[in-house]
Write a new protein. Sequence first.
Length: 255
Amino acid sequence: MIILSIKRLYAILYFMRIPLLAANWKMNKTNAEAEDFIQKFLKNEINSDREVVLCGPYTVLSKMQELLAGTKVGYGAQNFHWEESGAYTGEISADMLQELGCSYVIIGHSERRRDNNETDETVHSKIFAALDADFVPIVCVGESLIQRKNNEMVTVVENQLKVALDGLSNEQLSKIVVAYEPIWAIGTGETATPEQAQEMHAVIRKQVNEETRILYGGSVKPDNVVELMQQADIDGALVGGASLKSEDFIQIVNY
Ligand code: 13P
């Protein structure tokens, strides 16, 4: 454990992989609720050696712009469309998110792959569009329970990344963030063990580079974040349920 912690420190100091703690609020929070969260959250001191990001539904982004300006908390969206504009009913473009001051965007979350037909190919198009707009894309990958039971998790994640990251330069790879989110751990209370997560992060590391941050997502809570963050290739967390209450999320942020 101590050896892994030293490796983690090395990753931060040598490769400049600043820990990133990101909230994915999913389809939660009205403007009033977002305001309440942000006001409570900002009352806390945030450790200076890390980055914190809130990804809210589109409707709260202008509230975030208003309340987070001048703070060290970044914010972003949970999806966008790769085309610049046009006949895409219900979609949102990079320009529109830029206007709202967003710096991050989640791409290819498993819930969007499941419910909105997102594929590795659409993820690929979105990564390029996000980088063109100077957003930090948080690219989600991860296997299902059946795939894990069949011991297919390595091939599944490798294939997702092979298509999604095709053609990215080394410099572009340094700018993206990958989130490993095993589907069986999302919203289930069943977290991957630190060893299971590290094993998959090491697989992902081979397809990116030493500067790329790799987040773990799936039932991250205040009481399991420390152990996860000690792993050499875990550079942060993408947090769903436990990011909805400011008192839980601040504990994760200041792990
Ligand atoms: P939970 O933290 O609720 O398991 O959600 C994880 C997730 O999907 C973050 O994107």
